[in-house]
Structures are given as structure tokens and as C-alpha cells.
Design a protein around this ligand. Sequence first.
Ligand SMILES: Nc1ncnc2c1ncn2[C@@H]1O[C@H](COP(=O)(O)OP(=O)(O)OP(=O)(O)O)[C@@H](O)[C@H]1O
Length: 509
Amino acid sequence: MAQPFHAGGAINHLQLFDPSIHGLGIMRTFWNSWSELDITHLGSIVALAGVAPAAWRFIQRTGQEAWTWIKRFFIASVTIPGSDPINRNVASWVLAKVIEPQQIRFFTAKTEIGRDGNEGQLLKKTRRSVQYCPHWESTWFWHSGSLFVVSRPAESFKAAMTDPSYDGVGGEELTISCFGRSAAPIKSFIDTCREFADKQAQYFVIIYARDRYGLSWKPKARKPIRRIETVHFDDTIKQELLLDIKKYLDPRTSRLYRSRSMPYRRGYLFYGPPGTGKSSLSTALGGEFGLDLYEVKVPSVANDSDLEQMFQEIPPQCIVLLEDIDAVWSDRESETQEANGAARSGCTLSGLLNVLDGVGSQEGRVVIMTTNKPERLDSALVRPGRVDMKVWLGNISKNCAEQMFIRMFTPESDGWSPLPKKRNDSSNPQGSRQLDLEAVRMLARTFADSIPEDTFTPSQLQGFFQLHLESAVEAAASISTWVEKEMAKKVDKDFEVISNRHACRVNYK
Ligand SMILES: Nc1ncnc2c1ncn2[C@@H]1O[C@H](COP(=O)(O)OP(=O)(O)OP(=O)(O)O)[C@@H](O)[C@H]1O
């Protein structure tokens, strides 16, 4: 009998699925044992799976194309650069009002640094708190009757996360889009975000610093407001300073300056030994007047154009803190300073004067310069118009030491008492006895009597309090011994030089 012809030895396609020919019988039995699926359908499924990715790519491309057209004709959008303060305002609003209520499940975790926390816990690496930053690329929400989309590129978020000082809010370019042919709803949305941020920020000062590449300003820390009363120095000078800044920030002053063609700016110099509160006072002023703080570490500035760039990007109405301003030398003093091994900034004196006087500086900023070495400053830098008020922050006076003691041990509403815990006191299971404010005041006077006038820095005294925080009585009793020990220590040369300046500070002012 003639056999059917098989081209190229190929078998008939019906025979291909004949279980008796290829031993597929076992597989078929297996399939049938747990599924109704016929093995002959497998080919179609495999073919479909092969087509699916291409189909998905097609749908995506079509979607993107459609989205581009929708954007072009039906969507308004505003892009906010990562370094702008509005960026942080919008990011905070989106986090609080959209992302958190959605109970997002995707986070980036990193060890929290530079935050106030439980000091004891911070000593153990494994106990350091973890910061969880919600991970989102774009989010949709309704606001005041309009549909909004806020998106941020994932790449810039990843880059921000590698910055150890990043606190997880803002700092990446944001694009806000809304359906409609007008950007007005977006502008009103941004106003809402700013009001929201203002309300939130009333308890915090935001400190901006250059990112690690020196390319843009980044929020470095959000510090709880430090009350100005917690920075101890001459009360009269403190009141003068507060009044001066208040008057300067008054909108009428800005109008008056402008109408008389005067540059609207004000400069302050805080000078004194290390640890006397120059940085603390600057942060406290930020809180007092609701201003953000832009920190420039002068010795780290690479060159004049970097400094100029920094100043151009600083918004109006903020504090610009130029720390360690003595690192800027004029050409004539360069050789002697270098021989002394002093730190030198990459920017020059003329570069600094240019940014202080430049167009960008006339926008209501408060410029604060700090130095430990006022004698090194060029007279051109501290002339009126660049520095309008000089504030000496020196070693602590008896009066300030007394105030500091009262602040440290004033009984608080949480039931904490400034007395040592009495061991085995069964009548008082919590071991605390109340010490009223009058008793604290009396101890403060005894304490201050033991402190020599203008000898220790406030930070040294703070160090002492850190050892005796549990008990006002113990602190008052231990101070004489501490003073003796500290006095016996070798006095640092630099301190002597600065202390001598104190004597001629009246001339300096
Ligand atoms: N006048 C002060 N009143 C209260 N606390 C102070 C004062 N001066 C310093 N301290 C405390 O000492 C620490 C260091 O203060 P701060 O950094 O402000 O000093 P500084 O003068 O800026 O020092 P440096 O010149 O080294 O930068 C802070 O924790 C601060 O609380």
C-alpha cells in the first residue's frame, strides 16, 4: 500500500499530536489529571504569550502619545526646581494630604542622622531611629474642584536619598499639572501649599545648605524653633538687636529705603570665642522672625563664581549666615595668613564684597557674618552698609549663668522635678519632690556666685549642666569643684587673644 508522501521527511501535522507517536501520552495524562486544559491548546497560549509584550508596548506607546496630545491641548502645568523653597512647600502638602492618607506601602528607609533624639539610644548604632521616606513618582488628587497630577522624576529622588543630610521632603524637581487650559488653579494650589507650610513651619526653622556637589541649595535640617531667651548674652544688646531686625523687616522700612534710593539690606556681625552662641543666635533669630536660614560655610566656598551663584539662588526675605568670614583674606594679607597656617576660603575679598553689594543682595535679606577672629577682618568688609551692627558674644557673665541655671531647672509641666531622686522613698514612689521656682532661683544665685565673671564660654557651662541635669541641688553643690578644675586646665592661646578683644570691643563697635 502506498504510503503518503512526507516532504523533507516531515510527519503529518495530525500525527504530531498523536500521543502514541511521540510519547506525549504521559504529559497528556498529567495535564488531564489536574486541568481540563487540552494540550492541543498549549500552542495557542504560547503564541499569545509571545505576542503579549509587543501588544503591551504598543498600548503603552499609544497611551503616551495620547497623553502628549492631551497635555498639549487640555492640561496646564508648572514645574518647580528642586532648590526652590516652594518645592518643599508643595512636597509637604502632597505628603500630608495625599500620600499619607493613602496609606502608601512603598518607602525608602535610611538611618536618621542629625536629628534630636534620645541621646542614650543614639549611642547604640542599632537603636538609631530609621527614617522612612514615602516613595512616589506621580500622584493624582482633586483639589478645589480640579484634578491635579504632581510628579517627580524617580532618578532625582534616588540622588537625593544618597545625600545623608536629606530629610525626605522636597528637593527634587516637581511638575504640577491640572486639567484645563489655564494655570490659575495651579497658582492657587501653590498658594494653599505655602499657607500650609507657613503654618507648619511656625514651629521650625528650615536650614538650607549647598548640596554636596555645591550645585544647588538643599534643605539640610528642620530645627524646632529655639527661643531667643535660651541664648544668653547681654540683655540690652539682645533687645537692641531684636528691635533693629524688627524695624528692618517692617514693610514700611522697605518702602522708605526704596523711595530714598537706598539699598534695602542689613548686615550683622556676630563675633566672639568659639561656643558663645553665634550660630545658636542666628537660628533663634530665624525662628523669632519666621525666616529660613541659608548657611554658607565661607572656608568651603570654592571660588568667587560659586559664591555669586549661591547668592543669586538665595530668595529674598531670609537669613544668609556667612560662617567664619575671617577665612576671606585680601591679597595683601594672604602671605602672612598662609604662613600662620590659617584656613582660607576659595573666594576673594573683592568677590565677597561684590555679592554683598550686588543687585541680588538688595532684596530684604538679613546677612549675618560670624567670626572668632574679628581682628583678621578687612575694614572694607565691616564698614557701615555691609555690617550695620556688631554683636559681641563673649564668655558668660554671672547674670547670664544665673539665667541659664534657672532655664535648665525650671520645673516643667510634665512633672519633671529638678531634685535628685530619693532612693527607697516609699511615700513617693516616683522618687520626685517638687522644687518650686523660688527655690530654683535661690540655688541659681548661689550657683552664679561661684562662677567667675566672663571666664567660661556658655558651651562650657552647658557641658557642666549636661552632667547634672537630674538635680539642681547637685548642680549648685558641684559647681565650685568644677570651676577649680576648669581654671587649673591650660588656657587656650586663642581664647586669650579673643578675650583681649573683649577689652577693646567698645572701639570695635
Ligand atoms: N550664649 C549662649 N546661650 C546659650 N547656649 C549657648 C550659648 N552659646 C553657646 N551655647 C551652647 O553651646 C553650643 C555651641 O554653640 P554655638 O555653636 O552657637 O556657638 P558658636 O559661637 O557658633 O561656636 P563656633 O564659633 O565654634 O561656631 C550650643 O549647643 C549652644 O546651645
